[in-house]
Design a protein. Structure first.
Length: 110
C-alpha cells in the first residue's frame, strides 16, 4: 500500500512531533509525569486549497482501501519516506466550484 499519485499538498505543511506522557496531579499542587511511550512520532496535517475532482477521487479511493492499515508516504519537502496511517475516520472536503475542492487529511507515523 502506498500514497496515491496526486498533487502535493498546499503550504504551509503542518507537522507535529509528539510523545505521549502520563501525568498525575497531587492535592499538594505538584505534578508527577513519565513518558507513556519510548519513541516520539510525527503527525502531518495535509491540506489542498484547490484539489481537482480526479485527485480527490484517487485520495478517497486510497483512503477507503487503506484506512486501518499502514502505508508508505513520502514527505514532499524532505523526501523522507514514512510508514503512516490515517489519524481520523474520514477525509474532509469542501467544494468551492465545479472541479475545485479544499481537502484536509491527517496522517501519523506508525
Amino acid at each position: 500500500m502506498s500514497w496515491p499519485s496526486i498533487q502535493e499538498p498546499s503550504y504551509p505543511l503542518e507537522e507535529e512531533v509528539y510523545k505521549p506522557q502520563i501525568k498525575t496531579e497531587f492535592e499538594a499542587g505538584y505534578v508527577q509525569s513519565r513518558p507513556r511511550a519510548t519513541i516520539s512520532k510525527r503527525r502531518f496535517k495535509l491540506t489542498w486549497q484547490a484539489m481537482d475532482d480526479t485527485d480527490l477521487a484517487s485520495l478517497q479511493s486510497a483512503f477507503a482501501s487503506d484506512v486501518g492499515s499502514t502505508f508508505s508516504w513520502t514527505h514532499p519537502v524532505t523526501s523522507t519516506a514514512y510508514t503512516v496511517r490515517y489519524v481520523g475516520n474520514g477525509i474532509t472536503s469542501t467544494r468551492y466550484t465545479n472541479g475545485v475542492n479544499r481537502v484536509m487529511v491527517e496522517l501519523e507515523q506508525a
